[in-house]
Design a protein around this ligand. Structure first.
Ligand code: ADP
Ligand code: MG
Length: 326
């Protein structure tokens, strides 16, 4: 869904060196991904992309809440019943997700998931859900009720009916992991684009930085600016395609865990950060926190920048961002 937000500008690899840019489009985690690597030849590049693909599928098998065989589903099935032992990797991801909940006063919360049952964002919904249904879902949501036992690596959801989901952090995590694995295999430069969650490293073969264009959500043929990214991540959460329209009001697919209502007023949030996982979670958080509180929070964090486009086309930036208009 987020692929429309970015256009990648790459210069010809043949101009300056024998290195090549190899890119592949894929469907992973139910979304569009594209993986780009710089390698000495196409065969090598293809091998590297295969390695990244296997890694992303492995992560999907661990964190998917759709796949009944995943450890995440096992945690959800045992909500209110018993703690579930999980891999250290999943335990650590949940720990970091709870850390982001604390940082955002609960705007980001992986236990938001029961709210997904009430709202559907495929265009089929025309009326507000019942107030009671919303109130019931709020009662089930709360990161404070995710009990972690580091000694036994168990996760316990205290209330029956609780559920966790990694929709707002999983793609960023997968992009970071695929990047780290390729670096460990000696790949000097590349981009993992997980449906708009981009993790980059190194430079293009001609020595220039990778650049991303942030598309104007009101006119996809025009971009707001072209930004170089150096060894970091840029993530956009947008509600161009996934939203509900009720009485002329546009509600995004990101839900405020504290009220049970979808966030509104914002069309897209782009976050720049050293890691895609944090950028992904923060982009979702800013949607919920709103422009003022969201940007204020971002301004307090080191090495994080943000651009918000509101639903009237206004652009709001964090304090230290440099964007060249085109
Ligand atoms: P995108 O769909 O553009 O990737 P996000 O990365 O912001 O956007 O993820 C949105 C998804 O995160 C939703 O589809 C839902 O699965 C989940 N989600 C919604 N609201 C929250 C929230 N407040 N905290 C954590 N996850 C959320
Ligand atoms: Mg996100």
């Amino acid at each position: 869904m987020k692929k429309v937000l970015f256009l990648l500008f790459m210069t010809s690899p043949l101009l300056c060196s024998a290195q090549h840019i190899i890119k592949r489009d894929l469907t992973l985690m139910g979304c569009h991904f594209d993986i780009t690597v710089v390698a000495e030849n196409h065969a090598r590049g293809d091998e590297y992309i295969d390695v990244a693909t296997v890694e992303i599928k492995r992560i999907e098998n661990l964190i998917s809440s759709w796949d009944p065989a995943s450890q995440t589903s096992e945690i959800n099935r045992n909500a209110g019943i018993r703690p579930v032992e999980v891999d250290r990797e999943l335990f650590a991801l949940i720990q970091r997700a709870i850390g982001i909940s604390q940082l955002t006063d609960g705007a980001f919360d992986i236990s938001y998931a029961p709210m997904d049952k009430i709202w559907t964002f495929d265009g089929s919904m025309t009326e507000m859900p019942f107030k009671e249904a919303i109130a019931n879902s709020v009662a089930l949501v709360g990161y404070q009720n995710i009990v972690l036992d580091p000694a036994n690596l168990t996760v316990f959801l205290k209330k029956e009916g609780m559920k966790i989901g990694f929709g707002a952090i999983g793609k960023g995590y997968a992009a970071d992991q695929a990047k780290a694995l390729l670096i460990s295999r000696g790949v000097n430069a590349g981009i993992i684009n997980a449906s708009g969650d981009m993790s980059t490293w190194g430079k293009q073969p001609d020595g220039s930085d990778w650049k991303v264009a942030i598309t104007n959500p009101f006119d996809k043929s025009k971009s707001f600016g072209l930004l170089p990214i150096k060894n970091g991540a840029v993530v956009t959460s947008g509600n161009y395609e996934k939203y509900v329209l009720i009485d002329g009001q546009r509600y995004s697919h990101i839900i405020d865990p504290r009220t049970g209502y979808p966030a509104k007023g914002i069309l897209s949030v782009t976050v720049f950060a050293p890691k895609a996982e944090l950028a992904d979670a923060l982009a979702t958080s800013v949607f919920v926190l709103g422009i003022d509180i969201g940007l204020d929070r971002i301004n307090q964090l080191p090495d994080i920048e943000c651009i918000v486009i509101d639903d009237r086309g206004g652009i709001h930036k964090s304090d230290h961002i440099k964007i060249a208009s085109r």
